[in-house]
Design a protein around this ligand. Structure first.
Ligand code: ADP
Ligand code: MG
Length: 391
């Protein structure tokens, strides 16, 4: 959808801002371009909507060499969000949002209706905020208007240059999540520039790590974090890349351990005998439908099952399961649940169906497998894993 072919930009003073860039962003994909300040990110972005002309190479948008396209016509197909937002201070939020549709000749009523729809989409009630001026908004709200305005003419391509840079970290994370939810609906082809590796990893389907005007690595966030292509990339993503990678690696069914199980309606004494013979100290308790109910300690079952407690069932003694995550959640989420509930394992469910548990050892194994799989270009389930226990 956006294709750079050997693109370079040398400014008149001799500065090489972009140096032989080749990169392709697929339709509906969100690619983040990440690198330190001054490495050529903004220059790259502005060449796509012809605010800057390359000195070599060519750029294609939707298969068309953009140097042959009238810049004004080109920009109608490309939404542009910049850090400073660039709202017109003397126009209302609604009119700001309707800028591009109005420019390209939509009827006023239609442009304003579209603007209201977009404000709603980015979480700003048009009846409350539409008539305000930019100065009457918070930084986060202004950023939202910037996104709404860029989407107003429904362009297939969106360029975002440090779009969430001007707000505090808490608001930034909220805007990032909102934008990801929005992107899941609108599926634009997005090139997002940032100097923040966390943002790049969180937002990108793929990320391009920039050195001086060149792409050092272009891959999925998990692959870049797991196997940096060079010492430069390893330094840039940070020494804690293993931790960062936890956030972008999801739990798969193969990662799970199958713990001993007990049924809700089973007599406690029976369950105690069964679990003891298997040397299990605890069991996951399921209801008759196979849904997760909780967990129970073998010792508790044994004590309660004696004497007067003979009628006691597993259900009477089961504790609520607090540490659980859905299948497809990140390993980081699982780990954080373990820590939060001070649990040695976390249950994994699909809807309400219990699938298994993730233990710290299994978590490490899952991470290790996914790194190996990326390195060798194979599926995670094809990686053989040897633990200390096997040795
Ligand atoms: P980034 O967005 O990654 O911070 P830029 O694309 O803005 O980087 O800049 C890349 C390099 O090009 C920097 O060294 C910057 O100083 C230089 N540069 C940017 N604009 C100009 C210009 N108009 N004239 C000369 N040099 C420029
Ligand atoms: Mg920049």
């Amino acid at each position: 959808m956006i294709r750079f072919e050997q693109v370079s930009k040398v400014y008149p003073d001799g500065t090489t801002a972009v140096d032989g860039l080749s990169l392709e962003v697929a339709e509906g994909e969100l690619v983040t371009l990440v690198g330190p300040s001054g490495c050529g990110k903004t220059t790259t972005m502005m060449m796509v909507n012809r605010l800057i002309e390359p000195t070599a190479g060519r750029i294609l948008v939707d298969g068309e060499d953009i140097s042959t396209v009238d810049p004004v016509r080109l920009r109608r197909r490309i939404g542009y969000v910049i850090q400073q937002v660039g709202l017109f201070p003397h126009r209302t939020v609604l009119d700001n949002t309707a800028t591009v549709p109005a420019l390209i000749g939509w009827k006023r009523a239609k442009a304003r209706a579209r603007a209201a729809e977009l404000l709603d989409l980015v979480g700003l009630d048009p009846s409350v905020y539409g008539s305000r001026y930019p100065a009457q908004l918070s930084g986060g709200q202004r950023q939202r208007v910037g996104v709404a305005r860029a989407l107003a003419a429904d362009p297939p391509v969106l360029l975002m240059d440090e779009p969430f840079g001007a707000v505090d970290p808490v608001v930034r994370e909220r805007l990032q999540n909102e934008f990801l939810a929005l992107q899941a609906q609108v599926r634009k082809t997005v090139l997002l520039v940032t100097h923040d590796i966390e943002e790049a990893v969180r937002m990108g389907d793929r990320i391009a790590v920039y050195g001086q005007g060149r792409v050092e690595q272009f891959d999925t966030p998990a692959a870049v974090l797991g196997t940096p292509a060079s010492a430069y990339v390893a330094r840039f993503v940070g020494a804690d890349r293993g931790l960062k990678r936890l956030a972008v690696t999801t739990i798969e069914p193969d990662d799970l351990e199958q713990p001993p199980l007990a049924r809700l309606d089973e007599p406690a004494a029976d369950a105690a005998v069964r679990l003891r013979s298997g040397r299990a100290r605890w069991a996951v308790v399921l209801d008759p439908e196979g849904e997760l109910h909780g967990w129970v300690a073998t010792d508790t079952l044994a004590e309660a099952g004696r004497g007067e407690g003979a009628g006691t069932t597993v259900g009477d003694l089961a504790r609520r399961m607090e540490a659980w995550v859905p299948l497809g959640a990140s390993l980081k989420k699982a780990f954080s649940e373990m820590l939060q509930h001070d649990a040695g394992w976390v249950a994994v469910v699909d809807g309400s169906r219990f699938l298994g548990v993730l233990t710290p050892a299994k978590l490490h194994e899952a991470l290790r497998r996914s790194v190996d799989a990326d390195e060798r270009g194979i599926g995670r389930d094809e990686v053989e894993f040897h633990s200390v226990a096997d040795a």
